[in-house]
Design a binder for this molecule. Structure first.
Ligand SMILES: CC(C)(COP(=O)(O)OP(=O)(O)OC[C@H]1O[C@@H](n2cnc3c(N)ncnc32)[C@H](O)[C@@H]1OP(=O)(O)O)[C@@H](O)C(=O)NCCC(=O)NCCS
Length: 152
């Protein structure tokens, strides 16, 4: 089987990334229009993963803010979960962020999102703060950080 690859998304990739976002998040999806608008905003970068550029199966959206690389969203199509795509995207994010001289990765995640929390912890993120009842369903938001350095 062809190996998974990661590539930097361009304008042409926005529609397929938005479709993955919808399949990954279901009723929590931003919707294609909002996704494409955010992904096209100044400074926002898109990473895609899949076995070929014609068939992306995961995405990550991120933004460099000073020395922080903020992960805005990450999603993997349900049919290919637990195959390392999320981890591959976070590894690629780390490399891209280091290239931009970021000092840390930051993200927020609902404290009831078990899969995402497990992924982030497996990739070396830890909690630095919590916002109580931040999400509509009453879940807390956890702010997670991963410090970066040239040798990590
Ligand atoms: C979170 C998400 C991106 C993970 O993607 P993924 O490709 O399935 O993750 P990976 O296969 O790379 O998992 C890497 C590790 O993370 C952990 N992990 C991932 N999903 C997990 C789950 N459902 N349960 C327990 N651990 C999990 C495991 O340690 C896993 O390693 P292992 O499979 O060798 O045990 C995916 O579940 C998703 O798209 N969820 C919906 C969207 C979402 O919630 N995004 C995050 C918003 S903050």
């Amino acid at each position: 089987m062809t190996a998974m690859q990661v590539w930097e998304g361009a304008k042409d990739d926005l529609a397929s990334a938005a479709a993955i976002e919808e399949s990954a998040f279901g009723d929590r999806s931003w919707g294609a229009a909002s996704f494409e608008k955010t992904a096209s905003s100044p400074g926002v970068r898109l990473l895609l993963a899949g076995r070929s550029r014609a068939a992306a199966q995961g995405f990550a959206l991120w933004l460099l803010a000073g020395e922080d690389a903020d992960l805005l969203s990450i999603g993997v199509a349900p049919e290919v979960r637990r195959q390392g795509v999320g981890r591959l995207l976070l590894d690629a994010l780390e490399i891209a962020a280091l290239e931009q001289r970021a000092r840390r990765l930051l993200l927020d995640v609902a404290d009831d999102n078990r899969a995402a929390l497990a992924l982030y912890r497996a990739c070396g993120f830890y909690e630095i703060s919590r916002r109580a009842a931040y999400y509509r369903n009453g879940a807390d938001a956890l702010i997670l950080e991963k410090p970066l350095n040239e040798t990590s």
